[in-house]
Design a binder for this molecule. Structure first.
Ligand code: SF4
Length: 366
């Protein structure tokens, strides 16, 4: 059995660690690139959202490399995600790939469902081995996200632009190569330390911009032209609550115990939207309300044709919270120049608001 799955940011690193420890032949497709997009667009129904197209491109590339068992996230809910795996399996079969598609229904089956699925692809390995491999993969995921949070802060104020990104890339590759907990802990501490040492502009008072929107386009830099790095170059500090480690912590461990991290966000959205509309639309509205006084502005990433985010996009301008929100529709027509022009204009607008003294963020003065 040769196992493959689509990319989403650096998620392949913890999965690689998990599968290596279980001696599973894990095939990693090339990082999402222009060819992935072309393959996905060519073989997808036109109106489908960009997460479908990019993940299909990844699956085709991993099947080309010989993977025969493909893992694809999916689940119940109001949006099209529930149909992805079946539709993509059919497309791959029509293209002549002899693959088996396994849907990862994490939202329904939670931790036990996921572990059972890992047991199945691990040829019925003992539970102790599965749990130990799973724990190590989770530790890598947590370390990666802690470093990324530090990077988000440094990018905005570093004197030599690009330094934090270089450290981030090196940190990801070192974490990928770490074989035990001790090394992993050391790598995390070393890189956080190096990020703290980066030369920073002492005069910088960065704008704070939140990133919200649909899960995949928020977490896959190829789909959004690495928007967080571009904002960093403009001297903006990015805040984001969506991290794969947070999602895992709540979805697999805390939600089944009745702890729902999204209750606060849903409550904030209630005056404008009273129920789940699928995907992450309810959360996008709630985040605008919740962070109105913490952020100078918010960027809302929405896949073109994504129903939940279209609803959110239409509600956000009518809330009484007046934080500026820039919605960026992500699809195969989005270009780097297009996104940069909009970002520059948006940051100009936020700076002007600040100069005129009517920005919404409550600044704490020392
Ligand atoms: S939330 Fe939107 S983009 Fe994501 S799968 Fe559903 S419809 Fe597609």
């Amino acid at each position: 059995m040769r196992v493959g799955m689509p990319h989403m940011g650096s998620l392949y690193i913890p999965f690689k660690a998990l599968f290596q420890r279980l001696n599973i032949d894990f095939v990693i497709p090339p990082l999402t690139n222009q060819r992935t997009l072309s393959l996905g667009v060519k073989h997808s129904p036109e109106g489908l959202c960009i997460p479908f197209k990019l993940t299909l491109g990844n699956l085709i590339e991993v099947a080309e490399l010989g993977a025969d068992t493909l893992l694809m996230p999916g689940g119940y809910g109001t949006c099209r995600l529930g149909y992805y795996a079946k539709t993509q399996e059919q497309i791959l079969h029509d293209l002549g790939y002899n693959i088996e598609m396994i849907q990862l229904g994490v939202s329904e089956h939670k931790l036990f469902g996921l572990l059972k699925l890992i047991k199945r692809v691990a040829n019925n390995a003992p539970w102790s081995k599965i749990i130990s491999a799973f724990r190590f993969g989770l530790s890598k995921m947590n370390a990666m996200d802690r470093i990324e949070r530090a990077v988000q802060k440094v990018r905005a104020v570093e004197l030599v632009k690009g330094t934090a990104n270089q450290l981030f890339a090196r940190a990801m590759s070192t974490i990928d190569n770490a074989d035990d907990y001790r090394t992993l802990k050391k790598v995390e501490a070393d890189y956080i330390d190096q990020l703290n040492q980066v030369a920073k502009d002492p005069e910088a008072r960065p704008m704070i911009v939140g990133i919200t929107g649909e899960f995949y386009v928020v977490l896959e830099p190829f789909s959004n032209f690495d928007i967080e790095s571009e904002l960093g170059k403009l001297g903006v500090e990015v805040r984001r609550i969506t991290f794969i480690s947070e999602w895992t912590k709540f979805s697999l461990f805390l939600n089944p115990l009745g702890v729902n991290e999204k209750d606060r966000i849903h409550k904030a959205a209630l005056p404008y939207l009273k129920r789940d509309i699928g995907g992450d639309g309810w959360e996008s509205v709630g985040e605008k309300v919740l962070h109105n006084k913490e952020y100078d502005g918010m960027i809302h990433l929405a896949p073109f044709t994504c129903m939940p985010e279209i609803i959110a996009q239409n509600i956000m301008p009518s809330t009484k919270e007046n934080m500026p929100v820039l919605t960026i529709l992500c699809d195969e027509q989005l270009t780097k120049t297009g996104i940069l022009t909009r970002l520059e204009a948006f940051v100009d607008l936020l700076e002007r608001k600040q100069r005129l003294g009517n920005n919404n963020r409550q600044r704490v003065t020392a």
